[in-house]
Write a protein that binds this ligand. Structure first.
Ligand code: BGC
Length: 362
């Protein structure tokens, strides 16, 4: 991703380019600059959002979401080779999506020590994308992604997550209801069961101090597995959306994944038997029952298949999973927009992979 591009490098360049960004559809994100902070206009008063959103309506806004993977999830200083530009957000809207999910690695951009200040550069970069999405009438789901230190050490990093949310929530206090917060992507490791339920409730309290009426999303421990929904305790709050991620069978969707040990041995795994389809039906039925018992809207926040899979199987799986979500009233978010492995968009060639897009748009 534009890690080089979206993240740091050219930020020093450009007061003047900020104007270019808002006026020109092909401006690179890296040219966005952090707005200078004027101490004279800083207030110590807590800021409170007047937004009053309704979770079922917000979930309709997320009906057809695409994840901006391999962009803001990239670690600070890393380069995953994908470049996103603001004109790509326009193209996402034109392709028929209703929303973008922005997986963002805030933990790389927040100070190590209290009060864990988030770097203005990262706010500026994410703000440029959010502004452009809203200008295109897209909903925006903003998450905290890849906070791996927190998964390993919830006690050592829990307060830092709360401080990160305190800042993100205050920063976006004036945003419309189309901006939705997602507390933490795929908690796993030590962050499970009661520990996760407790931390997510505290993070929600933190968000509610400045954003009492904004829709917030939460998912279960165990990497957001649907099988973990039973262990998720929803806080007493009437403005939540629940979420899970689905990549089953993992050996099929992640065949050849460079970041999964042994995944090369899965190359050639096919998908599509009646039994395999029935399994997905059963699991999605269970997720729907869980949500309806709690009267909470559901978002299938990630699903996708790597390009190494058989291309027909891949389209079949995407079509089946997407339809299974829609039939149950779940909104969905495909993983992802432009990464080399999953991407709907061939970023180097600057064109959509039409077979994949069709599988989603029906
Ligand atoms: C991770 C990505 C990964 C994807 C599929 C996401 O939650 O952030 O890096 O490619 O899951 O495994």
């Amino acid at each position: 991703m534009s890690s080089a591009r979206v993240t740091h490098s050219a930020l020093a360049l450009a007061l003047t380019l900020t104007v270019v960004i808002t006026g020109c559809s092909s401006a690179p994100l890296a040219d966005v600059e952090a707005a200078p902070t004027d101490p004279a206009t800083q207030s110590t008063e807590p800021r409170i959002s007047s937004v009053e959103s309704e979770p079922w309506e917000a979930n309709l806004g997320l009906a057809r979401t695409v994840n901006l993977g391999a962009t803001f999830e990239v670690g600070r200083g890393e380069d995953w080779g994908i470049q996103i530009e603001l004109s790509d957000i326009d193209a996402i809207a034109e392709a028929g999506f209703s929303a973008i999910r922005i997986p963002a690695k805030w933990s790389d951009w927040a100070a190590a020590d209290a009060p864990y200040a988030i770097d203005d550069e990262f706010f500026a970069m994410t703000d440029a994308v959010i502004d452009r999405a809203l200008a295109n009438n897209l909903f925006v789901l903003l998450d905290v992604h890849h906070y791996v230190e927190l998964d390993a050490d919830p006690e050592g990093h829990g307060e830092r997550l709360l401080a990160i949310w305190h800042q993100i929530a205050e920063h976006h206090v004036d945003r419309p209801a189309q901006v939705i917060f997602e507390i933490l992507n795929e908690p796993n490791g030590e962050l499970s069961g009661e520990v996760w339920n407790d931390l997510l409730a505290r993070a929600l309290d933190t968000i509610r101090q400045s954003n009492p009426g904004r829709t917030v999303m939460v998912g279960p421990g165990g990497w957001y597995s649907n099988l973990e929904l039973e262990n998720l305790v929803l806080p007493d709050d009437d403005n939540l959306i629940a979420t899970f991620h689905f990549y089953e069978p993992f050996r099929f969707t992640h065949q050849g994944a460079s970041w999964v040990q042994g995944a090369d041995e899965w190359l050639g795994t096919r998908w599509g038997s009646d039994e395999e389809r029935a399994l997905i039906t059963t699991e999605f039925d269970a997720a729907q029952a869980w949500a309806s018992q709690r009267d909470v809207p559901m978002f299938l926040g990630e699903f996708g298949v790597l390009a190494a899979a058989d291309s027909d199987d891949r389209v079949q799986w995407m079509t089946f999973v997407r339809a299974a979500a829609q039939e149950r009233g779940f909104s969905w978010g495909y993983w992802d927009w432009g990464s080399g492995g999953f991407g709907l968009y061939d970023e180097p060639a600057e064109q959509w992979r039409v077979d994949l897009l069709d599988a989603l748009m029906g």
